[in-house]
Each structure stands twice: as structure tokens, then as C-alpha cells.
Design a protein around this ligand. Structure first.
Ligand code: HEC
Ligand code: HEC
Length: 203
């Protein structure tokens, strides 16, 4: 390494360290307060919700989080808990909250039943071509990490996943639901359960 490139690297490293600490330091006080006094009650301080009916927000894709919060705010996606939580929040608050939770580390649960988990993994990876059910992996990715507007499903609570899949099936979750409805409406209760079980432990 010559001297010039050594200096460039050092300067880049310092710049990166400064911008990381600046980002943490500039999180508005209002956002820190919202998280500690409200969101954390149900989703935990780092989005690692301990109640399996409350979704984990840690490591979820920021754009997806923003969209869902607007869905609750406009009542397009209904939830008694979340609708009132979004009242009074600005678009800027929503973006800051999404950014904070997307940056937290999600910890999947340890899975005991490997046979059940394997059955779930097979369904996740291949769906059921005979019955016209696409593989979940086609949209949510082999690792379950989703994409810009597609939710991460790996490591999410099994119970939350199963509840949402039933809602897509019966169309009571009515936002952007066409793709998920076509998948879930053909699935059995057992299939919903083992896929959810697999995903909650997927690391
Ligand atoms: C009283 C409990 C409660 C509080 C407080 C709460 N939430 Fe929620 N949140 C929920 C529940 C329950 C759901 C699932 C809604 C459903 O049934 O579809 C949810 C869903 C969400 C989702 C959608 C996640 C997904 O995977 O689709 C986001 C984003 C979210 N909450 C963000 C927040 C933020 C940010 C705060 C703080 C301002 C907050 N929540 C406060 C209970 C709560
Ligand atoms: C053709 C694409 C596609 C396929 C296949 C698909 N999904 Fe989805 N899924 C989506 C989209 C798009 C959304 C987001 C809907 C929204 O924005 O409300 C979603 C949302 C979800 C959610 C809600 C996540 C949350 O945090 O609330 C779960 C859970 C889910 N999918 C699980 C699955 C599982 C399990 C399978 C396979 C059985 C599957 N999906 C197959 C496109 C797909």
C-alpha cells in the first residue's frame, strides 16, 4: 500500500465513523421519546417484541415499515392498536421511526422441532406447483429477507405470521393483498402453521 492510498483509507474510515455517530446523535429527541414511551410497550425498545402477536420490527425493511405505518394512519390497514398510535405522527416521524427499527438486529427464536421446521422449509422453497401455489422464496427471497417494499419474514414471530396469512386468505388485510391472497387462499391450516414455524427460527 502506498502512502497516498493509506491516507485515503484513514480519512474514509474517520469520515465513516463520524457519520455513524452523527446519525445516532441526531436522532431527534422526539423520536427517542416516542420509542421509549410508546412503541416499546408492544414492540420492545429495539423492535424485538416479546408478545408473539406483536410483529418484530427489528431488521425489517425501512420502506416496508413506512408504507405499513401510512396504511394504519389512513385506516387502509386496520388495527385498533396501531391506528391510534399513528395519529399525530408526521411523515418525518414515520420515516425516522422506520429507519431506527430497520437498523436494529433481529434475533430469531431457537427452534426445537427440526422435522416440523424442515417441512416448513420445503414448502417455503418450492410451494406446491401441483396446486398452483408459488414458492414463498420467489418473492420473499431464499433467505426470507424480502426487498425494498417486500417484508422480511425470516425471524418473525410464528404466531404473527400465521395470523397475517389467515387475514390475507380471508381478505381482511386488504392493502396490497392480491399476491398474498392468491397464495394463502389455497393453503391448509397445517401448511400455514409449519411455514410460520420454520420462518420464526430462520436465521
Ligand atoms: C398497544 C400495542 C402497540 C403499540 C403501542 C405500537 N404497536 Fe405497532 N403494532 C401493534 C400490533 C398489534 C400490530 C399488528 C397489527 C395487525 O394486526 O395487523 C402492529 C404493527 C406494526 C407495524 C407493521 C409491521 C409489519 O410487519 O407489517 C409497524 C411498522 C408498527 N406496528 C410500528 C409501530 C411504531 C413505530 C410504534 C410506536 C409509535 C408502534 N408500532 C406502537 C401493536 C402496537
Ligand atoms: C408473488 C409474490 C409473493 C409470494 C409468492 C408470497 N408473498 Fe408474502 N407478501 C408479498 C407481498 C407483496 C407482501 C406485502 C403486502 C403488503 O404490502 O401489505 C407480502 C406479505 C407477507 C407477510 C406479511 C408480513 C408482515 O410483516 O406483516 C407474510 C407473513 C408473508 N408475506 C408470508 C409469505 C409466505 C409464508 C409465503 C409462502 C407461503 C408468501 N408470503 C408468498 C408477496 C408474496
Amino acid at each position: 500500500m502506498n502512502l497516498a492510498s493509506g491516507w485515503t483509507l484513514a480519512i474514509l474510515a474517520i469520515a465513516a465513523a463520524c457519520s455513524a455517530s452523527a446519525a445516532a446523535a441526531t436522532q431527534p429527541k422526539r423520536i427517542t421519546e416516542l420509542i421509549s414511551t410508546r412503541c416499546s410497550t408492544c414492540h420492545g425498545p429495539t423492535g424485538q417484541s416479546s408478545n408473539a402477536e406483536f410483529p418484530k420490527l427489528a431488521g425489517q425493511n425501512a420502506d416496508y415499515l413506512v408504507r405499513q405505518m401510512f396504511n394504519f394512519k389512513t385506516r387502509a390497514r386496520s388495527s385498533k392498536d396501531m391506528e391510534k398510535e399513528m395519529d399525530g405522527l408526521s411523515g418525518n416521524d414515520i420515516e425516522e421511526l422506520a429507519l431506527y427499527f430497520s437498523r436494529q438486529k433481529l434475533v430469531p427464536v431457537a427452534r426445537q422441532d427440526t422435522a416440523l421446521s424442515e417441512t416448513g422449509r420445503n414448502f417455503y422453497m418450492r410451494g406446491s406447483p401441483e396446486r398452483g401455489i408459488s414458492a414463498c422464496a420467489v418473492c420473499h427471497g431464499d433467505k426470507g429477507l424480502g426487498g425494498k417494499l417486500l417484508p422480511r419474514v425470516a425471524g418473525q414471530h410464528a404466531r404473527y405470521i400465521a395470523i397475517q396469512m389467515r387475514r390475507f386468505a380471508e381478505q381482511s388485510r386488504a392493502t396490497d393483498q392480491m399476491l398474498m391472497h392468491s397464495v394463502t387462499s389455497k393453503m391448509t391450516e397445517d401448511e400455514i402453521w409449519f411455514v410460520s414455524y420454520f420462518l420464526s427460527g430462520y436465521d
